[in-house]
Design a protein around this ligand. Structure first.
Ligand code: SF4
Ligand code: SF4
Length: 492
């Protein structure tokens, strides 16, 4: 590669820019002036990507299989009688790998979401859009479920194009009908899977076994969500990444010249030139790119990665595999398109550490420590005892005074507790009014009780009481409240 000196590359860029400037009024020649999936008339250009194959695609397939299996199985796994994962946003109850986060601990969820956002930002600064290509559910479902079914029913990209162009005959009708039917069934399964994360698999089973008429609203909601998923994967497709996904739109501010992205090695590839088996490529003055369009035809967002990092690139790695296969065929080293940074390609420097990534790492560490400490030190119960509204004190026979209190106990444990309230200081009596207080698992128990204190125990019109909240013989919490007596006590 010693042949492709920086000065040559600069010269090439100069020529390219000069040509582009000449062609500026012919805007279709400038890739930044148009979206590859929209025609000059403003109509959608349907993308028919070639079926990818290669080392990275195989690895991504395994990653997708594991993630899909986890997505489908996780809501049905149980830990101590509860789902392993539950994201009940309606009731603000979350279970993350067996850790229950009750509505009263909602601040933990908010802190976790903020930490996750910082993690995503940091990860993007350092590793670009690796998440989009390897983990994003949109990419996994699109490329490894729906697109695979499409290849299976309609064939590879050329067969699909032919089928779309041809008349509506029997062959086209059955293929299109079968494909859309399978698409809708899978969308229905996806909608049910997401629903099981929200309401839990037990509740979902009840909805299914009772039949649609017994829970018509839920059934309509699932059907509507199935329709949304069907629309996304059958029609909207890559447009989600191009125009709807906020993460994609943030790339411009998150990426810098040190971020690792799927990148074309322009130093090695330029100047491009068609392959001639009779020509010695090394002495011909041409770069390694043989301008075969192999990287473009596999691209699910229909871009040319040789134009540089673009918002449309979801880092799916299909172009890396395609180009590696070409390099193997022409006897050149792999990696003309590879994971690398702009600095890595132009200067051979591959440091992912920069002030931004170090600052984000610091913030992320602090946030994770905060979330961990809040989780570790959170209490199992939360008690509130307040004197009943609108009441003061009452004489209790000749011996003392009484106050009425209302108690609320949040039980954040997995067990049911029979709660007893005792007065620790000063001496006095607690009389429960109504039913005994029972705190169900994950629920708020409420009760009313009377506190009676002998007159000789009171030295002020406002006495501080110390309550002990017991489950059996175990004191689960202490709580302080005030006891009101007559003003005459202040003169004692
Ligand atoms: S696949 Fe490789 S050789 Fe072919 S056009 Fe793309 S970058 Fe050039
Ligand atoms: S340019 Fe390459 S990595 Fe980016 S979306 Fe297209 S095929 Fe995938």
């Amino acid at each position: 590669m010693a042949k492709y000196y920086f000065s040559e590359w600069a010269q090439y860029l100069l020529e390219l820019n000069t040509n582009n400037m000449k062609d500026q009024d012919v805007s279709e020649d400038s890739f930044r002036d148009k979206i590859s999936t929209v025609s000059k008339e403003g109509k959608r250009v349907w993308v028919f990507p070639k079926k990818p194959k290669g080392r990275l695609y195989n690895t991504r397939t395994w990653v997708a299989v594991v993630l899909l299996a986890f997505l489908l199985i996780a809501p049905h796994l149980r830990f101590k009688d509860d789902p392993l994962i539950l994201l009940n946003i309606l009731e603000r109850k979350f279970i993350i790998f067996g850790i229950i986060i009750w509505p009263q601990d909602f601040h933990i969820i908010v802190m976790s979401i903020i930490s996750l956002l910082v993690f995503i930002i940091l990860f993007t600064v350092v590793f670009g859009r690796i998440f989009c290509g390897w983990v994003c559910p949109q990419t996994i479902f699109m490329e490894f479920v729906f697109r695979r079914i499409e290849y299976w029913i309609e064939g590879d990209y050329n067969d699909q194009k032919k089928l779309n162009r041809q008349e509506w005959n029997f062959d086209k009708i059955w293929k299109k009908t079968l494909k859309q039917t399978v698409f809708f069934i899978i969308s229905f399964i996806i909608a049910n899977t997401f629903l099981s994360y929200i309401i839990g698999s037990d509740r979902l089973k009840v909805l299914i076994t009772d039949g649609p008429m017994a829970h018509l609203t839920s059934f309509i909601a699932v059907f509507a969500f199935s329709g949304v998923f069907y629309f996304i994967f059958a029609f909207f497709r890559e447009q989600v990444c191009l125009i709807a996904c906020p993460y994609g739109r943030l790339q411009g501010v998150l990426l810098d010249s040190k971020s690792i992205v799927v990148a074309y090695d322009h130093k090695r590839g330029e100047p491009k030139g068609k392959y001639n088996p009779l020509e010695d490529r090394l002495t011909s003055g041409k770069g390694d790119c043989i301008d075969c369009s192999g990287c473009m035809v596999v691209c699910p967002t229909s871009i040319d990665i040789r134009n540089g990092t673009q918002l449309e690139c979801i880092n799916c790695t299909a172009c890396i595999d395609a180009c590696d296969a070409i390099m193997d065929k022409i006897g050149r080293p792999r990696g003309l398109i590879r994971y690398d940074s702009e600095n890595g390609i132009s200067e051979g420097v591959r440091s992912v550490f920069n002030p931004r990534s170090i600052a984000y790492s610091g913030v992320l560490t602090v946030l994770l420590l905060m979330v961990a400490s809040v989780l570790i030190f959170r209490t199992e119960f939360e008690t509130t005892i307040l004197r009943q509204k609108g009441t003061l004190f009452q004489e209790y026979g000749e011996i003392g005074y009484s106050n009425i209190y209302q108690v609320e106990i949040v039980n954040k444990t997995r067990d049911r507790h029979h709660v007893v309230i005792r007065l620790l200081e000063p001496k006095g009596e607690v009389i429960t009014m109504g039913e005994p207080i029972v705190a169900e698992k994950g629920n708020v128990a409420k009760g009313t009780f009377l506190v009676v204190i002998a007159k000789d125990q009171l030295y002020s019109s406002n006495t501080l009481l110390k309550f002990g909240i017991y489950s059996g013989d175990r004191m689960i919490e202490e709580y302080e409240a005030s006891f009101v007596g007559p003003n005459s006590l202040d003169k004692k």
